[in-house]
Ligand binder design. Structure first.
Ligand SMILES: [Zn+2]
Length: 317
């Protein structure tokens, strides 16, 4: 049973908004584009794992928690946690292109790309060890004892790995159901009802990661951001207001609500209290009345009245 689904990646949305609004010569553009590519590949990998659990049902009481973050003796973040009466299984997804090698005794993996480029990453084995210790502490704090196991998941069967280490198996998504079935042969240690309680408690303690405001997180000067309403279709063209709608100057797409996403981007990137003046400045518009009308339609949190009215937006929804 899937007890917790993966949430929308707010950090990725924020970085996409940021990279679009950075000046073309900004020194962070390459770094942020690489981060976006890495996060997108990570999400694609985790979706492969989600798909396995969506189509496969287990006879036993098995609870699946995708992308769970909690605090015990430190912060833990687990790609997928499987809790059963027999064991807890930590699944760490590694979506790395190229040929991977686990480097014995270094806590690292290396990968070689087709062009010969070599990069090093933290080994998923180290990540599982760390999360396993934190989960063990959380179980202990909650009076729960169960064996904790781990496995590294490579989302694509085309990924090539040179060395398999003994401490955790390396699996492709299609292998997971039968792997879990084999694990069920472990002796039962816990009442099924208690397992459900403990899995639900963990979901209740899940800490949603708040990456906003993005400019502060990435140390970007808000003054350098490009202003205006970007096209909601091609993302690159700027839109202008024309006959009660917004029109893209590049692809001619029309969207009467395009300004709403630009306002959301301001909250993601800059954050704090929004005013009619900030709105006109950020959207490159003149009309106070238009800004006022549109802001009052957006369901924002409103404080004060008249000229001192300020607006806030709830972003983690
Ligand atoms: Zn466009």
């Amino acid at each position: 049973m899937i007890l917790k689904k993966r949430e929308k990646d707010f950090h990725l949305d924020g970085l996409k908004a940021l990279v679009k609004r950075l000046p073309d010569s900004h020194p962070l553009i390459d770094t942020i584009n690489k981060k976006i590519a890495m996060m997108t590949a990570g999400i694609r990998g985790e979706s492969k794992l989600e798909a396995v659990f969506e189509i496969y049902s287990f006879l036993d009481e098995i609870y699946i928690l995708h992308d769970i973050s909690f605090y015990s003796t430190g912060n833990a973040q687990i790609d997928c946690l499987v809790i059963s009466p027999h064991f807890a299984l930590i699944l760490e997804v590694k979506n790395i292109a190229g040929e991977m090698s686990f480097l014995v005794g270094t806590g690292q993996i290396s990968r070689v790309l087709e062009n010969g480029q070599i990069d090093h990453f933290e080994s998923p084995m180290v990540q599982i060890d760390r999360n396993s210790d934190l989960l063990y502490d959380w179980f202990r704090l909650n009076g729960f004892l169960i064996p904790i196991l781990g496995a590294v998941i490579l989302p694509y069967a085309t990924q090539k790995v040179n060395v398999h280490l003994d401490n955790y198996p390396v699996l492709f998504p299609g292998e997971i159901p039968s792997f879990i079935k084999r694990l069920k042969n472990h002796k039962s240690t816990t009442e099924a009802i208690l397992v459900k309680d403990i899995a639900e408690k963990l979901v209740n303690e899940h800490q949603l990661f708040n990456p906003f405001p993005i400019c502060r997180r990435w140390n970007v000067d808000v003054e350098c951001l490009k202003k205006g309403v970007f096209c909601t279709k091609c993302s690159t063209g700027m839109m202008i207001r024309y006959l009660r709608t917004w029109v893209c100057q590049v692809c001619l797409h029309k969207d009467p609500s395009a300004h709403q996403y630009a306002i959301k981007e301001w909250f993601m990137l800059v954050g704090g209290e929004f005013t009619n003046k900030i709105c006109r400045d950020f959207l490159n518009i003149q009309s106070k009345g238009y800004a006022w009308r549109e802001l009052s339609k957006m369901g924002l949190i409103v404080n004060g009245q008249g000229k001192s009215t300020t607006y806030k937006m709830e972003l983690l929804e």
